[in-house]
Design a protein around this ligand. Structure first.
Ligand code: ADP
Length: 264
């Protein structure tokens, strides 16, 4: 039966005997697929009506009815927010359906520079942004997906760190592995929240988070992109001091830097 999915576990005993445990997870996987398809379909169906709402709202001149200005402003904000949620859900569905990604050279030097520029633009001069390149290896993976994952971390760092704070983007690599860290001097996250942060829609303080304009899906997207690169997200944080979000890659994902002559 090609739909049969078994979860196999082999236990070897010291006396050369073994025990094989087979669990039928076909039903579980079918339900998971139904859930995925449902989310993908709903998101897709919501896209068109939202575009229409958004488009018409943009056509209304607030000056033509000043008494409705605050309402119009709020309607625009909310429709933008809904559009972003739908786009993020579609991104997650796409990542879940993907089993492999393009394997290309991702230049960490250019990526770090692009991320620095994004951070500066988002921060509008309110934070000090620095980059540190400790190791010249490049990564093997999808530039597009990695860029979007790292951008999510950068945008969180900017959004949650009060003005006057510092944001550091750091790439460290050796033969054994590498990590890209986004370090901020924001409010920090208390330990009980850390294990749940990458769950969909998990946010620490809903009212506070909503003000910052996120969807609650950013870290979920980061986790999925990293999984597709056999990498993991490490979060360390101290309340009142700041947070560090690190993407950790194994040595098999690293490429020796191109010789200078080839890069120019
Ligand atoms: P959101 O769209 O709410 O930012 P994310 O999935 O990106 O969603 O993040 C989940 C939650 O983790 C956020 O709502 C916020 O409470 C917390 N968080 C993420 N990044 C940071 C950070 N750099 N500093 C403090 N809290 C953070």
């Amino acid at each position: 039966d090609e739909n049969l999915r078994l979860n196999l576990r082999l236990i070897r005993y010291a006396d050369e005997q073994s025990l094989l445990i087979a669990r039928d997870v076909s039903q579980l996987m079918r339900l998971e697929q139904v859930r995925r398809d449902f989310v993908a379909n709903v998101s897709h169906e919501l896209r068109t009506p939202l575009t229409v709402v958004h488009g018409y709202l943009d056509m209304i001149e607030p000056e033509s009815m000043p008494e409705y200005e605050p309402i119009l402003h709020e309607l625009r904000n909310q429709s933008r927010r809904m559009t972003q949620i739908v786009e993020d859900l579609l991104t997650l569905s796409r990542l879940e359906a993907q089993s492999d990604l393009p394997q290309e050279r991702v230049s960490l030097r250019s990526l770090l520079e692009a991320l620095r520029r994004e951070a500066v633009a988002l921060s509008q001069g309110e934070h000090t942004v620095t980059t540190e390149l400790r190791g010249r290896h490049d990564l093997l993976g999808s530039t597009k997906e990695l860029h979007s994952a790292f951008s999510n971390l950068v945008s969180n760092a900017v959004r949650y760190t009060p003005a006057g704070g510092r944001i550091t983007l750091r790439w460290e690599s050796s033969e054994r592995g590498a990590r890209l860290s986004v370090i901020d001097t924001g409010p920090g996250i208390s330990p009980q929240h850390l294990p749940r942060l990458t769950e969909r829609f998990y946010r620490i303080s809903t009212s506070r988070s909503r003000d910052t304009g996120g969807t609650g899906l950013g870290l979920s997207i980061v986790k999925h992109v990293l999984q597709l690169h056999q990498a993991r997200l490490e979060i360390s944080s101290e309340l009142g001091v700041g947070s560090t979000f690190s993407c950790v890659f194994g040595g098999e994902r690293l490429l020796e830097p191109l010789a200078l002559a080839e890069t120019t």
